[in-house]
Design a protein around this ligand. Structure first.
Ligand code: HEM
Length: 443
């Protein structure tokens, strides 16, 4: 079996804490496609091959569930929502929610995203040319408002600051618990547990207000014109208030932090790569002709989409996807007993040169039609693969293209000289301490 010896692993602990992405990349390069990490009391396998992705996430998904440290920690926040559930409950949730994300209804989301973009552009319009803005915070607020309006017809902009902080704080605690084998019981009043409780209170209150407002509207016969996801969830039989809360919190958490993070990295990459940015601006100006992006523009914004795809390759927000084996089996021929954890890393896979020539280079053209670099759909997995493929994929991609095009048509964002951007692999890969950039107005 290939993998580090227990002593090597012990020695590597500080390195793992400091830079888990570098550690995983090194492990894949050193030990090959399937690596076992010697962890006391738990068999843990890391697979870095498209065949393993296909096997674990797709072909054998029925014998792999999400009862892993990653998802159990996350469920402290999201409860038993669609992202953390398995089996019958998962099937029921997915069947119920899938129609709300169908491609045919995506055009309805454009106006919701546009309102969020409007607020972003208005707030940046009030800035002076050359001001430094926190792009990370701005993208979080925009994505939060977009998801609130799109899925729940609810305006979250008023509490965006508080809610964004609550989610980030809660996810910090999730990561700290996942990393520490000796996390204190939740009932103990540690700093982390208190922070988690406060964040959950904020999230629960948001859900209560949202659901309460909708029930009140329904009593007055004044629901939304077209039924949204909230209407579907509330009308569903067998979902009590707790389940409803879990689904809404899951969608708020999974639906904004990921999109925001991918947008933040896109601005970072564009700031570093002026040629790409010039080409993007040329496309945006040519297609939009000074208008705001609408649904009809999306099919013409092909380079913008390639930029988003390439940014998701280099910085896939969900950098690790884990499963637990339910039965004795194997991964690509390596024996994996029942109860083992098996995980894949979109980040490491997307930067493996066997599948991606010059993997560290930001080159959106590799996603051009016919360029053929996406040689297998299991080498490019920012949204996962198989039946648990991200339900919000099409919404996320549409939203990202709309935001990039709308912002690029009005301003550019330059790096702050001297600011070192470092990666924080938390629940998603985030820039440590936010992403300050210099705002330059184009007109
Ligand atoms: C760039 C943005 C996004 C990225 C990178 C992303 C990534 C992912 C990944 C990797 C998975 C698979 C998890 C697994 O297999 O265990 C997933 C699942 C999921 N995502 Fe996303 N996501 C994004 C946007 C969204 C949005 C906008 C929503 C909702 C509005 C959303 C909701 C979900 C849910 C509910 C699941 C669980 C699906 C299931 O298990 O059936 N995501 N996402």
């Amino acid at each position: 079996m290939a993998g580090p010896e227990p002593l090597d692993m012990l020695r590597a602990l500080p390195r793992i804490r400091r830079d888990p992405l570098e550690f995983l990349t090194h492990a894949a390069q050193t030990y090959g496609d399937v690596v076992e990490f010697p962890i006391p009391g738990q068999r843990v396998f890391f697979a870095n091959h498209p065949d393993a992705v296909k096997q674990v996430l797709q072909t054998e998904h029925r014998t792999h569930d999400r009862a892993t440290v990653q998802y159990q920690s996350l469920s402290l926040v999201t409860g038993n929502g669609l992202l953390t559930s398995d089996g019958e409950l998962w099937r029921k949730e997915r069947r119920l929610m899938q129609p709300a994300f169908h491609r045919a209804v995506l055009d309805q989301f454009v106006e919701h995203v546009d309102i969020a973009v409007d607020r972003l552009l208005a707030s940046w319009a009030r800035k002076r040319d050359g001001d430094v803005v926190d792009v990370d915070d701005a993208m979080m607020r925009t994505a939060l408002e977009a998801v609130g309006r799109s899925l729940f017809s609810h305006d979250l902009s008023g509490e965006a600051g508080e809610l964004v902080q609550a989610v980030l704080k809660a996810l910090d605690v999730v990561v700290a618990r996942a990393r520490s084998p000796l996390a204190a019981p939740l009932s103990w009043p540690t700093l982390g547990n208190v922070a988690l409780r406060n964040s959950l209170r904020t999230l629960d209150r948001t859900v209560e207000v949202m659901v309460g407002a909708r029930r009140e509207a329904l009593r007055r016969g004044a629901g939304p014109e077209t039924p949204d996801l909230l209407a579907m969830l509330m009308a569903s039989e067998g979902f009590d208030d707790r389940q409803l809360r879990d689904e809404i919190v899951t969608l708020i958490v999974a639906g904004h932090e990921t999109v925001a993070t991918s947008l933040t990295w896109t601005w970072h990459l564009l700031g570093q790569n002026r040629e790409v940015r010039d080409k993007l601006i040329a496309e945006v100006d040519d297609v939009l002709k000074g208008e705001r992006p609408r649904f009809e523009h999306l099919s013409q914004l092909t380079y913008t989409r390639q930029v988003v795809d390439e940014s998701l390759r280099l910085y896939p927000p969900a950098w690790v996807i884990s499963r637990r084996a339910l039965i004795d089996g194997d991964v690509m021929g390596v024996e994996v007993p029942a109860g083992s954890y098996v995980f894949v890393s979109p980040y490491v896979l997307h930067r493996t040169k066997d599948y991606w020539p010059e993997p560290q280079t930001f080159n959106p053209e590799r996603f051009a039609a016919g360029a053929g670099e996406q040689n297998s759909r299991f080498t490019y997995i920012p949204f996962g693969a198989g039946p648990n493929l991200c339900i919000g994929r099409d919404l996320a991609l549409m939203e990202a293209v709309l935001v990039v095009a709308a912002v690029a048509s009005t301003c550019t964002l330059d790096p702050v000289i001297g600011h070192q951007v470092t990666l924080d692999p938390l629940v998603t890969i985030r820039p440590h301490g936010g992403l300050p950039m210099v705002l330059k107005k184009r007109f």
